[in-house]
Design a protein around this ligand. Structure first.
Ligand code: C2O
Ligand code: CU
Ligand code: CU
Length: 527
């Protein structure tokens, strides 16, 4: 990044809202909390909340299965979606929908996904939370070129390195597949809520905003033995914010409309926020529930927005969200929350017992970090009657062995900084092939993250455990196996980690996608 705009952009977020008549800056709650990003205001007419039924992404069928492996095919394609009633939104999709279809895998069985790229630009697929060999992890320069042959190595290189936010990169770092690529996931990992999304260097923010994201669920025997809600009472909820132009198309502040130059305009360097909240691709949807327990798999797939979710009304006695899982699967025991703070890429698996509400109650899912249109997310309309519920949330869910920090032989420091030279990790901008750490497989390590701004930090390959925040106890949302941890301004977070099984080059990065695209990413190499 050669532009010296970051501090200016930061000041914009905190200072340049509308002014009241008295001349006081009118800050949104979001900005007052010091949360990152700037809202792109929609020009389209926005629908009333709670009119659209909640869509549930279809489950993808394998094209073949044998004793060890299920094979899937997905085409990345342009699609015209009706997201706002009566308007058309041109989207980049997995298989024609946003979110893409849900892939459901079994722990211990191999899943193979053949991705064909019929978009007009290169793509990369990453399985977020997957314990995946490096060759299938979606390294940001391991591209699937468009099947129409419109891209060659020269054009690819130009598009990633050009303009003020291009990254330094040698041609050698590129690994190009023509038209399609096969990703192999061994799924030697426990049940968890994972998701897949685009990961192309410099363009991840734009690609995910345009629609390239979907769920990938992993089941296992341990989880199946528990009497948790399942079937149509196990619901993945992908929460995103988006902004719409007058004609219904997605608005994103790219530097050039042809998308040949990475980065966003200066005002959006801290992150792009929308004013429309979508759940599974629908604006402020509504879902009919029975007076029974439901499992909700909450995923924040937004580029930059953080949410503080709350049920309204709260059930009597509080604790409406019973968290049973985190990014990396089941917790050891359930944890009750009144609110859930969820940063980009984090997942919380919660059980909500709607029998705690009177028949006919309309329960809104609020965003306490939001204002106006972003203060609510969706609504659950509770049915009548008292159906019998044969599910429970057991007091013990799983064994979650603690990684013992006393066994750590290495401590590494990673400083996440926004400064006048760019979004950096340890003072450097992302450069493919430049590894900042070389952890030995099997070795327990402590990684210490420090920051001067809000950054949700994500580590590929293996889940980790949060050890401390500012040398104190971990926060209420840090429990269990995590792959993304939210860092707040001036915080130090320690995690304990151990990489296993797969040697190769992986990434560590900020999951605010604008920060990621503008260089807050680093390689690490396991051996
Ligand atoms: Cu969800 Cu490296 O990303
Ligand atoms: Cu990931
Ligand atoms: Cu960041």
């Amino acid at each position: 990044m050669r532009r010296r705009a970051l501090l200016g952009a930061g000041a914009t977020v905190l200072g340049a809202g509308a002014l009241t008549a008295a001349g006081w800056p009118l800050l949104s709650r979001y900005a007052r909390e010091g949360l990152p990003g700037k809202v792109m205001t929609s020009r389209a007419e926005l629908p009333a909340a709670f009119r659209t039924p909640l869509p549930i992404p279809r489950v993808l069928e394998p094209v073949s299965s044998n004793g060890t492996t299920d094979t899937y095919e997905l085409t990345q394609q342009h699609a015209e979606l009706e997201i706002l009633p009566g308007l058309r939104t041109a989207a980049w999709t997995y298989g024609g929908t946003f979110p893409g279809p849900t892939i459901v895998s079994r722990s211990g069985r191999r899943t193979v996904v053949r991705h064909r790229n019929e978009l007009d630009r290169p793509a990369v697929v990453h399985l977020h939370g997957g314990h995946t060999p490096a060759a299938s992890d979606g390294y940001p320069t391991s591209l699937i070129l468009p099947a129409d042959g419109s891209y060659d190595a020269h054009r690819v290189h130009q598009d990633m390195t050009g303009g003020p936010h291009g990254h330094a990169m040698g041609h050698g770092a590129m690994d190009l597949a023509e038209g399609s690529r096969t990703y192999t996931y061994p799924f030697d990992q426990r049940a968890a809520t994972l998701w897949y999304h685009d990961h192309r260097m410099s363009y991840t923010g734009a690609a995910v905003w345009m629609g390239l994201a979907g769920f990938h669920l992993v089941h296992d025997d341990e989880e199946e033995r528990l009497p948790l809600p399942r079937g149509d009472r196990d619901i993945p909820l992908m929460i995103t914010d988006r902004s719409f132009a007058a004609d219904g198309s997605f608005q994103y502040p790219w530097l050039d409309a042809q998308l040949r130059t990475p980065g966003v305009t200066d005002a959006y360097m801290n992150g792009v926020l929308g004013d429309v909240i979508l759940v599974n691709g629908a604006p402020w949807p509504v879902h009919q529930v029975r007076r029974l327990r439901y499992r909700l798999r909450l995923l924040n797939a937004s580029n930059a927005r953080l949410y503080k979710l709350q049920l309204d009304p709260q059930p009597e006695g509080g604790g409406g969200f019973v968290q049973i899982g985190s990014d990396g699967g089941l917790l050891d025991a359930p944890r009750r929350h009144d609110t859930l703070e969820i940063a980009p890429a984090e997942r919380f698996d919660v059980v909500v017992d709607f029998s705690r509400y009177r028949p006919g109650t309309r329960v809104r899912l609020l965003n306490r970090f939001g204002d106006g249109s972003t203060a609510q997310v969706m609504r659950f309309d509770v049915g009548s009657g008292s159906p019998r519920d044969d599910t429970t949330v057991p007091g013990k869910l799983s064994d979650v062995p603690r990684l013992d920090p006393g066994r750590a032989t290495v401590t590494r420091d990673f400083h996440f900084r926004g400064s006048d030279v760019g979004w950096t990790i340890n003072g450097t901008e992302y450069e493919p092939g430049n590894s900042l750490a070389r952890p030995a497989l099997g070795q327990v390590e402590i990684w210490r993250f420090t920051t001067n701004f809000h950054h949700p930090i994500h580590v590929h390959l293996d889940h980790f455990q949060v050890l401390s925040r500012n040398n104190r106890d971990i926060g209420p949302f840090d429990h269990g196996w995590k792959d993304t941890v939210d860092l707040r301004p001036a915080e130090a977070v320690e995690i304990v980690t151990r990489f296993t099984d797969y040697p190769g080059t992986y990434m560590l990065h900020c999951h605010n996608l604008e920060h990621e695209d503008m260089a807050m990413m680093a390689d690490f190499t396991t051996a």
